[in-house]
Design a protein around this ligand. Structure first.
Ligand SMILES: Cc1ncc(COP(=O)(O)O)c(C=O)c1O
Length: 349
């Protein structure tokens, strides 16, 4: 079996040890936020004394979980668990609720890590194709599995299933439904109220996108306290370092910075969508901080991907069924978007 890390480079276009950081590279391939995190985060980190390095962190991240519970509209930290990025939360969900040999259900296409984690766990990966508008088909509702992983908005499509459909799924599905809301802060609505209403529902979030903290590694799961207690039993003792805990609290407290940043990304997403359509791409309305752009002309999508890369502009190309004529493009700054569009105009001319 391939090492997970090797496979990860396939998933997100990440090359270990080769994170491009130079000012010359326009990096629109991993859906990071183009704007910096709140300055309050850097202040909180600067205030951490040497004791924060010398001593172990709070193993259950109580203050951070309480801050998240308040943010998500829940009474206290018993409803939330925090992890080293949402990727850890996803791995923990498998470790906690799925036995090897059990089935894990997802739509296709979706976040590629689901398949890797499921296979590493020795569980059976069951995919049900989305329709041509990237919505769930009726067959999805009839499937049986121990765990359903549903990214809403979905990656790499940027499309969100209607809330009523997710609600129906939560009611009818016999196993646990994990709703991955990695991109929800850029969307029209969320399902964060579902854990209060359904005992089998987990809503997962990340600070990597809307809070610009991908490097910090912070994700959460919100669920009925019975499920959270099970999560707490299986997580590593000190899964979240002290700096990440402090950074998360500071980020939550700076609501204004969050709102301004999200609004800027959404405005650029609109401009990018219109411009791509003007160039002849078919683009579904995205509810995330990236767009999926379908291209039927010449050069083909892979050719455009290569030509952009030659110009130091990185977007995502998936050599996968149903996506071979698509590019996934993260929403960058206004300047990065101009650079991208200018390059596209030259390439497809
Ligand atoms: C759908 C989805 N879920 C989860 C993640 C992972 O988030 P994190 O950076 O918190 O591990 C990503 C990252 O791109 C994602 O696209």
């Amino acid at each position: 079996m391939k090492y997970a890390r090797e496979i990860l480079s396939d998933v997100e276009g990440y090359v270990p040890g080769e994170q491009p950081k130079t000012a010359d590279i326009v990096k629109l391939n991993t859906n990071e936020n183009p704007y910096p995190a709140s300055p309050k985060v850097l202040e909180a980190l600067a205030e951490m004394g040497p004791d924060a390095l010398r001593t172990y962190p709070d193993p259950v991240a109580s203050k951070l979980r309480a801050a998240c519970a308040k943010l998500y509209g829940y009474p206290n930290e018993a409803w939330v668990i925090a992890g080293n990025g949402m990727d850890e939360i996803l791995a923990l969900a498998l470790r906690t609720f799925v036995d090897p040999g059990d089935a894990v259900l997802t739509p296709y296409p979706t976040y590629s890590l689901y398949k890797i984690l499921t296979q590493l766990h020795g569980a059976v990966y069951v995919e049900d194709d989305l329709d041509d508008r990237y919505q769930l088909c009726e067959s999805f509702f009839g499937r049986k599995a121990r765990l359903c992983l549903l990214s809403r908005p979905n990656a790499p499509t940027g499309v969100a299933s209607p809330r009523e459909e997710v609600e129906r799924l939560c009611k009818e599905f016999e196993g646990i439904v994990l709703i991955d809301e990695a991109y929800v802060d850029f969307a029209e609505d969320s399902c964060m109220d579902f854990p209060r209403r359904f005992e089998n529902v987990i809503v997962a979030r990340t600070f990597s996108k809307s809070y610009s903290l991908a490097g910090m590694r912070l994700g959460t799961a919100t669920a009925n306290p019975d499920l959270i207690r099970e999560f707490l039993k299986t997580k590593d003792s000190y899964n979240l370092n002290a700096f990440t805990q402090a950074a998360g609290i500071a980020a939550i407290e700076d609501r204004e910075h969050f709102e301004v940043t999200v609004a800027k990304v959404k405005a650029t997403r609109s401009r990018l969508t219109d411009a791509l359509r003007g160039l002849g791409f078919a683009v579904q309305q995205s509810q995330a901080n990236f767009v999926l752009a379908r291209w039927q002309g010449q050069p083909d999508a892979e050719g455009i991907f290569e030509a952009l890369r030659a110009r130091n502009i990185l977007v995502r190309y998936f050599k996968m069924r149903g996506l071979k004529d698509c590019l996934r493009i993260s929403v960058g700054t206004e300047g990065e978007t101009d650079t991208l569009l200018e390059a596209l105009r030259a390439i497809i001319r």
